[in-house]
Design a protein around this ligand. Sequence first.
Ligand SMILES: *Cc1c(COP(=O)(O)O)cnc(C)c1O
Length: 483
Amino acid sequence: MTFDSMAIGAGPRATAREDADTRLDTRTLQQLDSAHFLHPFTDHGALGAKGARVIVRGDGIHVWDSDGHKIIDGMSGLWCVNVGYGRTSITQAVARQMDVLPFYNSFFNTTNVPAVKLAEKLAGLAPPGFEHVFFTSSGSEANDTALRMVWRYWQLMDQPERRIVISRRNAYHGSTVAGASLGGMAAMHAQGALPIPGIDHIEQPNFAEHGRGLSEAEFGLLAADWLERKVLELGPDKVAAFIGEPVQGAGGVIIPPQTYWPQIQRICDKYGILLISDEVICGFGRLGTWFGCERMGMRPDLIPFAKGVTSGYVPLGGVLVGERVARALVERGGDFNHGFTYSGHPVACAAALENLRIIEDEKLVERVARETGPHLKAAFARLANHPLVGHAEAIGMAAGLNLVRRKGATVHDCEPFARDLAVGMVCRQHMFDNGVIMRAVGDRMIVAPPLVMTGAQIDEMVERIRLCLDLTLVDVQRRGWLD
Ligand SMILES: *Cc1c(COP(=O)(O)O)cnc(C)c1O
């Protein structure tokens, strides 16, 4: 099938212009892709043999591939398309800004209107005490910026020996050298020279993995106390900051017990350690609050953000800077020798302003808190009776389930599949082939759908997920993976 024939069924937004731009068939596109485009986090040998799926358009919660398949996007692009696809008011805001002023820098005592408006808007939406924002173009750059701010802060406080930042294993904080170092992804560190010196990791608060014999509440306190132990081991006068995602996203939607973050906060307060809440995923409504820290009960000093701030329409990230750091940096820091060409990019800021207007006008944060979040949670809980599902949980518009070889009475008594079988990838393929995008993190299958997804659409998505779990079950039986 060519794009020409596809465009016929592509709805009113497929224009003649779009037609001309995309007159390449799927196979040709796949060959060109494989020949020239190095994808993120991808085995190119394997991709070349199979061919990438070409996504050509989106509308609402759906995307279409180049063969005309309509797919429910359970991952919001990559945790970012929170207001869904096809929002022409964002496109128009972007086009208007490009006509007026496509770019100007903010280095040399200059600024631009959308950046000023967005900074003010974000200060209004953020938890109390956040009056300042530093703009970047991505979440990785936001975390690089947070790290440099932390180091500069302690220098200004005359405690430059406080340099160590503690993070968690299996955390994801981006892919730059600082982001990958702050992150706790073993496979990233294994490819050379990471983490950089001065970054240390403790175990993640993963109840299924580490909580055997404990209640969730007890486990939350135990997991937080791993931080205190690490602080004492390193020396409290050497520790600059602790960084964590309120809910670990790329690590597999790891939802910490409710006792975890308040205890982390207590420990940070006790030793004067700065707290960084990486809200690149949890910010802008994902958990049913504007920021994840509000839902999880902590008061961070820095909030790196990206993804949902523009719903991915244009790249934008940044760091919300709390009172304590702002006072040092802004009031007595002098020059902060850090920044990006695109810090406060007017077009990205215009996209963010319109995106935030949509989130507010359509009350998406409240809807996730009261309606769709609880709906997703209930729908996922029902999946737990499937023979392949060990346990399933959800928070806000994020959910995960574990594929297991044999179910057990508790999450700790399930028997996992052998790792090298990669059962998650088998399951993911069935999902994609049957019109729903779910991500596999090892044997954990996760979704983080657009915040605009309705209750009926959640039901449809979860029905399809159940169908694909059935297909996966037949598949693994046929492969002889169940004895
Ligand atoms: C995606 C992500 C990042 C990195 O953002 P990029 O825009 O890909 O650089 C950082 N932190 C978290 C929690 C993320 O999910």
